[in-house]
Design a protein around this ligand. Structure first.
Ligand code: PXG
Length: 299
């Protein structure tokens, strides 16, 4: 496996970062998770724009232009001859000293692109739906660490994930400090009620997910009303359908929340329709690349 590390393609065994890197010492940095489908990097521009917004917010200057960053992603996919992939783009503050002061790192930011395969959940869950629970760990307060910043500090989400796993579930619902539904540990959440779609507004402590945006676009295309609206657990329990969206998980139906059966306990019709429409979008929305003549599938 070849990794892009600070402008060079290096072997996985040589892809090493300093123990003084502030990404390692403090989680000081930003990242993106992106997917490629059949030689098309899905919504690459949107992911790169979000990466630069996260970096701007934490005052992390990136020496690569957005185009150079996109080129680094494509180069990594080509070097690993990957048609379908999960791409992790990481920019950390870089090497500094043991203090918090980010100025010690300036000009040293570490840029990494990893392209690999990921299967988050077994196929069965996509067909039959998953069961999730609400956990005690609240989503970070926007005023403390804004969830729009996709930072390397994911402990808030990892703590929630641990709580879900300890209770025998794979994914957790995180509430905000007022008790409203925010999102899951790595996914946004949607419900369907009376044929309309609802998802919490991004200002309620959830990341503005790129898959979430795709679902809102799909809803407009299939002429289904979609609302960004605060949601309580009561509304989840009494929804007709529920599903989660994220780059890694894609779209996954939810059939039980905190022990309450959602709808008829099976993935709903609207969810299935949106899953099918999403498949179509992944074939067209993004940046194409070629694997060259040796790999004829994607020339
Ligand atoms: N909320 C949070 C907190 C996320 O981390 C999403 C929503 C979905 O956003 P996108 O843009 O991907 O539709 C994410 C996604 C994982 C994993 O293993 C997911 C994410 C990051 C790291 C790992 O599922 N981010």
């Amino acid at each position: 496996m070849k990794i892009y590390l600070n402008g060079k393609m290096v072997d996985k065994s040589e892809a090493k970062v300093s123990v003084f890197d502030h990404g390692f010492l403090y989680g000081d940095g930003v990242f993106e998770g992106i997917r490629a489908y059949n030689c098309l990097v899905f919504k690459l521009k949107e992911h790169i724009d979000r990466l630069y917004e996260s970096a701007h917010s934490i005052m992390l200057p990136i020496k690569l232009s957005k185009q150079q960053m996109a080129d680094a992603v494509i180069k990594t996919l080509k070097a690993n001859v990957l048609r379908d992939a999960y791409i992790r783009l990481i920019v950390s503050r870089g090497e500094g000293d043991l203090g918090l002061d980010p100025r010690k790192c300036y000009g040293n930011e570490t840029i990494v692109v990893i392209a690999d395969k990921i299967v988050l959940y077994p196929e069965k869950l996509y067909k039959e739906g998953m069961e999730i629970i609400t956990v005690p760990t609240l989503r970070n307060l926007s005023e403390a660490l804004n969830p729009q910043i996709k930072s390397l500090n994911y402990l808030n989400n990892i703590l929630a994930k641990i709580e879900a796993i300890n209770s025998g579930y794979q994914e957790a619902i995180m509430l905000d400090h007022l008790g409203y539904v925010a999102e899951c540990t790595g996914d946004n959440i949607f419900i369907v009620k009376k044929g309309e779609i609802f998802t919490p507004p991004q200002c309620m402590g959830s990341l503005r997910g790129i898959t979430r945006d795709s679902v809102l676009e799909i809803a407009a295309k299939i002429k289904t009303a979609a609302h960004e609206h605060v949601l309580t657990r009561h509304e989840l329990f009494n929804a007709q359908e529920c599903f989660l969206t994220g780059t890694a998980a894609e779209i996954i139906p939810v059939v039980r929340v905190d022990g309450r059966v959602i709808g008829d306990g099976k993935p709903g019709k609207m969810t299935q329709k949106i899953m099918a429409e999403f498949r179509k979008v992944t074939k067209v929305a993004g940046v194409k690349y070629s694997l060259g003549t040796k790999n004829r599938e994607c020339v």
